[in-house]
Design a protein around this ligand. Structure first.
Ligand code: HEC
Length: 226
């Protein structure tokens, strides 16, 4: 993929995935007056944040409002064990099984989504998940044919094969299928404060798109499992 595609991938991550944390980090280290002064109150900081950004296109200022999990994950230190467990339990509770009962779609469509880093930038006309890609290669190796990939996340090459998934609809495969579905919907369900975007939870991808990505990872016919 070309440099331009990578730039787009980066914007999706910054705006959609790590938005609040990245913005806070950006401002705190920008040399703003008093930024390193411990006497700056949370209220002053919040006011500064609110005054520094405005709605532009589909990017709305509500992106700087942190939910409880984002706040706990943005302190600069890992959350304590009890907090991490609470974040994971709350995240797992947001994961719903697919409404049509089908976990797997078409792996070829999944590959296109994994390659596609578009979406969620202020110049995009729509914030609908159907306008977004999954941007997976930005952080993961996936199929062998694509040699441009990031390494923030583990390699997903041979994902299903390595986990012994020979028939994704079998009872034996169920735990792995459900785990992977949970991971795509809300990565924090299994790893509080993970860098992986919470695709379903944040409306970055819809159910159909996640089903295609599931097939990319778990369908024995997928290029990932060859
Ligand atoms: C911003 C980087 C980033 C992006 C983009 C990203 N991931 Fe991840 N992913 C991670 C990280 C980091 C981990 C490991 C930590 C964790 O488990 O949350 C991970 C873990 C996973 C796992 C669990 C792996 C295992 O062995 O248990 C799966 C499955 C996965 N990602 C799939 C995807 C898919 C599919 C996409 C695209 C829709 C995607 N990821 C996009 C960063 C990312």
């Amino acid at each position: 993929m070309n440099v331009n595609a990578n730039a787009k991938k980066t914007s999706l991550i910054v705006l959609a995935g790590l938005g609040a944390a990245a913005l806070v980090a950006g401002c705190a280290s920008s040399g703003a007056p008093g930024a390193s002064d411990a006497s700056v109150t949370d209220a002053q900081f919040k006011a500064m944040m609110q005054a520094s950004f405005r709605d532009e296109g589909i990017a709305k200022v509500d992106r700087i409002q942190q939910d409880a999990g984002q706040a706990a994950c943005s302190t600069g230190a890992a959350p304590d064990e009890a907090t991490a467990k609470r974040i994971e339990a709350e995240s797992l509770a947001t994961v719903k099984p697919p409404s049509d009962g089908k976990y797997l779609g078409d792996w070829k469509e999944g590959e296109k989504l994994a390659q596609n880093g578009r979406g969620m930038t202020w110049t995009d006309k729509s914030a609908a998940s159907s306008a977004n890609g999954g941007n997976c290669y930005n952080c993961h190796q996936i199929s062998k044919a694509e040699i441009s990939f990031g390494t923030i996340g583990p390699s997903l090459y041979n994902y299903g094969k390595l986990r012994g998934v020979t028939d994704p609809s079998s009872a034996a495969a169920k735990p792995m299928v459900e785990y992977t579905w949970g991971k795509l919907n809300n990565a924090w369900a299994y790893n509080a404060c993970s860098n992986m975007p919470r695709f379903g939870h944040k409306g970055l991808l819809d159910e159909k798109q996640m089903q295609h990505l599931m097939a990319l990872l778990l369908d024995p016919k997928s290029a990932v499992n060859q």
